[in-house]
Write a protein that binds this ligand. Structure first.
Ligand SMILES: [Zn+2]
Length: 72
């Protein structure tokens, strides 16, 4: 959420999106955690898929092991 320290209030993100300044006083607005930069963090990181692949490989291996024990 964009925050104007000069006006001491939160601003509509759409109104400051392009200029990064307060529409009322013109001061540079502090972009909060949920600013445009957070869109990058919403994306799933690559190491998440490495973890998923590892879990699938492990479960697949355990499945092969289990089936192997049944028919040993
Ligand atoms: Zn302001």
């Amino acid at each position: 959420m964009p925050w104007c320290a000069a006006c001491d209030k939160f601003l509509n993100p759409a109104s400051v999106e392009d200029v990064d300044s307060c529409p009322q006083c013109g001061e540079v607005v502090e972009m909060g955690e949920f600013s445009t930069g957070s869109q990058e963090e919403v994306k799933v990181p690559w190491h998440f898929w490495v973890g998923v692949a590892a879990v699938i490989a492990y479960l697949g291996w355990r499945l092969i092991q289990g089936v192997g024990l049944l028919f040993w």
